[in-house]
Design a protein around this ligand. Structure first.
Ligand SMILES: Cc1ncc(COP(=O)(O)O)c(C=O)c1O
Length: 400
């Protein structure tokens, strides 16, 4: 990084860093990159460097950075009407809801819009409680569900529940992939089982296909609501629109899917997709949020889903994943590859942080996880074979 280079407004790179450090709470350990512009899988920094972004800005840039179709839709909508709440109808909202439901498993027929992943999960848990009249929620060791009170209390990972103290009562912890641990907890006090169908932050942990089928059966048998937190796995990341209903998830469809991250290509938006049974229990005023369903966010949702569809990105994820896995077999330092589609965890026998750093020095952005020896890849869905080759060559050099 060249600290004396000037940004578009003549501020130096060093000044930008100094200002952020002075005026923003230091809640994130940042990479030494001043991001200025993005295009597809590339991020351009203010000091004239170009980075291959295999982290997708925290899994958000599903369509790639500043996808032209999404940018045009946001610009157009912002010039017409930036926002009005759910107290009025809007074509932008109507189209977004229609489009989202059209790509969802057939059983999920209604959308509730909010602003983030944690908010989607809070609302999903609330709907489960309202529709069953029960209070407890089962989640899993290693799952991450957000940082607001109820969602962080549902997060049995690392120090999160500790940060969120005092926790919301009624959260029960089961072991991911271990049906007996769920059965032992799922009594008549339990409203829902909520899970990340692939646990991303935990180090991209997967479960056997039979686990999902067994959870669905258990929920049906005991009257529980099944919630999939697809904040990371949704909107095309695994090569299907959602893990729910896909072959990778054994075709199992939950009662509620929660979404955020890639849904608006970078415009903050979250959603819950629900089936008719859940919808029948939700009345006026049961849920709400000022900004949910705002027109600019809705325009971003529709354009995001259209871009994924029109450019065959789901197919691209599948073919490029196959190429990536094949090429990774040439890298001796990678001892296993976990996950599905473009949610992958590369396991090393040593710590992954030095690999992350060495790749960054080679201008490639990747992610770490809560498992010290797993590096995460969450690239835009438009990543191409030649960019995979660039990455694998750099990884070979970084780990040689
Ligand atoms: C699986 C999962 N659920 C929920 C969340 C929370 O989303 P947000 O940060 O938008 O509140 C995240 C964020 O990383 C996530 O990965």
């Amino acid at each position: 990084m060249n600290p004396q280079m000037k940004t578009e407004t003549s501020t130096t790179v060093a000044e930008v860093i100094e200002l952020e450090e002075r005026y923003q709470l230091a809640t994130y350990k940042k990479m030494p990159v001043v991001a200025e512009r993005g295009e597809g899988v590339w991020i351009y920094s203010s000091d004239g460097e170009k980075y291959l972004d295999l982290y997708g800005g925290h899994a958000v840039a599903g369509t790639g950075h500043s996808h032209p179709h999404v940018v045009a839709a946001i610009r157009d909508q912002a010039g017409k009407l930036m926002f009005y709440s759910n107290l009025v109808y809007s074509e932008a909202r109507a189209r977004a809801a229609e489009k989202l439901v059209s790509v969802a498993p057939a059983e999920l027929t209604k959308a509730f819009f909010c602003n983030s992943g944690t908010e989607a999960n809070e609302n999903a848990m609330r709907m489960a409680r309202m529709s069953t009249g029960r209070e407890n929620i089962i989640t899993f060791t290693g799952g991450f569900h957000g940082r607001t009170a109820d969602a962080i209390s549902a997060t049995f990972l690392g120090k999160y529940r500790e940060i969120g103290r005092p926790n919301v009562p009624g959260h029960l912890e089961a072991r991911f992939g271990d049906l007996e641990s769920v059965r032992a907890l799922a009594d008549e006090s339990v409203a829902a089982i909520m899970l990340e169908p692939i646990q991303s932050m935990a180090g991209v942990t997967t479960a056997e296909p039979g686990f999902f089928l067994a959870l669905r059966e258990l929920c049906d048998e005991r009257g529980l609501v099944l919630i999939y937190d697809e904040v990371q796995t949704g909107v095309g990341r695994t090569g299907d629109w959602f893990l729910a209903g896909s072959a990778g998830g054994s075709g199992v469809v939950p009662d509620i899917i929660t979404l955020a991250k890639a849904l608006g290509s970078g415009v903050p938006v979250g959603a819950c997709l629900v089936n008719e049974r859940i919808a029948s229990h939700i009345k006026e005023n049961d849920l709400g949020t000022t900004f949910g369903g705002g027109m600019v966010a809705m325009a971003a949702v529709t354009a995001t889903l259209e871009a994924i569809e029109n450019e065959g990105m789901l197919e691209n994820v599948k073919t490029v994943e196959a190429h990536l896995r094949e090429r990774l077999s040439e890298v001796p330092a990678v001892v296993a590859v976990h996950g599905r589609g473009f949610l992958l965890g590369l396991e090393f026998s040593e710590k992954a942080a030095p690999v992350h750093k060495a790749l960054l020095e080679r201008k490639i952005i990747t992610g770490t996880s809560s498992k010290p020896n797993v590096l995460r890849l969450l690239p835009p869905l438009c990543l191409k074979r030649e960019e995979v080759d660039l990455f694998v060559d750099a990884l070979k050099a970084a780990t040689a």
